[in-house]
Write a protein that binds this ligand. Structure first.
Ligand code: PLP
Length: 388
């Protein structure tokens, strides 16, 4: 083991089962380890580096801002924060944005907004947030409570109360659970990412929206992983013709710098008032400058390319030997191997210079949205070879 790996193992908390690879630099969708070995990056830092590594346009936006003002408190106005909020609202029809630093924090914010809306509108007993079984919403004690996977909960009790889980895809069960528990909001991922790249059906998503509107329960969508162009639309919910009241996002938004956002729709526009929420680093000008450059490039032509490349990848994978199922949307791709464990396939791919992710029993691909077609198909051939 190299010195660095030994130091990391000794001093960094053991929360991550790292692969035995030390990465030192990258360009676009290629990344290099300390020996100079090249890898195709099919994970992009778990869907974070939307335009790949060391992208020139992103780098310029970030470094320009870095030279002007790297941080200022939220007591003052700064341009990147205001402009990014404007851009997000213009592109989604949402009304206001709260900035934070991560997906979990974005979810914390929309949970607070839903609770306050319901407390004021319907009474203080309307506090419950309904989420789905097999969901993932983050690692804080509140977002863990929201996460519908028991194995994350063990030994961390008590979690924040006020969360119940409904079976994904069963609309009638969800309605009953929401009414019985006096729900303030229903929070879903349109595609469950960590849960195994499982797409919810459009009928279910639209059914949840209609039910929430009818009952004045806030319809909340977690777009932390699916957002910012990943599925071939700016936000995944836009594939289904729904309009959430609250949206959380992070991961790809900053293009590689920590940035989360909670988008508040018309109902919740004025719910959070002065002093109701805050974040020291939230809306950091450098992160926001990077995010503006990301969002500005995610225009209709570019998103159509994401859809096209996603379809190309799917066509190459579907029906291939050793592949049981291909799931997801756009460049969010789940691959269920027929005979092998996903983790073993990912390890074998690393040997062959391809970095992939797993999600439950699937291999998960979240390449940079601008990955060149040749690299995408080359990486997919390696994955296919190790599934066969
Ligand atoms: C990654 C993820 C989160 C948590 O984001 P962090 O930035 O790690 O806090 C929340 N929800 C979903 C759907 C995610 O994929």
């Amino acid at each position: 083991m190299s010195d660095l790996k030994a130091i990391d193992r000794q001093y960094v908390a053991n929360t991550y089962a790292r692969f035995p690879v030390e990465l030192v630099s990258g360009k676009g969708s290629l990344v290099y380890d300390e020996t100079g070995k090249e890898y195709i990056d099919m994970g992009s830092g778990i869907g974070v580096t939307a335009f790949g590594l060391a992208d020139e346009i992103w780098k310029q936006a970030v470094t320009e801002q870095l030279g002007k003002l790297q941080h200022m408190s939220n007591l003052y106005y700064t341009e990147p924060c205001a402009r990014l909020a404007q851009l997000l609202c213009q592109r989604t029809g949402m009304k206001k944005v709260f900035f934070c630093n991560s997906g979990a924090e974005a979810n914390e914010c929309i949970i607070k907004a839903a609770r306050k809306y319901a407390a004021e509108k319907k009474g203080p007993e309307h506090t419950t947030i309904v989420t789905l079984e097999n969901s993932f919403h983050g690692r804080t004690l509140t977002t863990l409570a929201a996460t519908g996977q028991d194995h994350y909960h063990e030994l961390f009790q008590p979690l924040t109360p006020g969360f119940v889980h409904a079976p994904a895809g069963d609309l009638e069960a969800l309605k009953a659970i929401a009414l019985e528990n006096k729900a303030a909001g229903v929070l879903i991922e349109c595609i469950q990412g960590e849960g195994g790249v499982n797409c919810l059906s459009g009928d279910f998503i639209r059914g949840v929206e209609a039910f929430c509107k009818a009952e004045d329960i806030l319809f909340m969508v977690d777009e932390v992983q699916t957002g910012n162009g990943r599925t071939g639309k700016l936000y995944a919910y836009q594939n289904f013709g729904v309009e959430p009241d609250l949206v959380s996002t992070a991961k790809g938004l900053g293009g590689g710098l920590p940035l989360g956002a909670a988008l508040l729709g018309e109902k919740a526009e004025f719910v959070l008032g002065s002093g109701d929420h805050g974040s020291t680093f939230g809306g950091n000008p450098v992160c926001c400058a990077g995010a503006i450059s990301v969002l500005e490039r995610l225009d209709e032509d570019f998103l159509a390319e994401v859809q096209r490349k996603g379809a190309l990848a799917r066509a190459a994978l579907e029906g291939a030997e050793g592949i049981e199922a291909v799931t997801g949307l756009g460049l969010m791709i789940g691959i269920k191997p027929a005979h092998k464990a996903a983790g073993d396939v990912v390890k074998a791919c690393i040997e062959d210079g391809v970095l992939c992710l797993t999600a439950k029993d699937k291999i998960r691909l979240l390449p940079a949205l601008n990955i060149p077609e040749e690299l995408l198909l080359k990486a997919i051939e390696v994955v296919k070879a190790h599934c066969a």
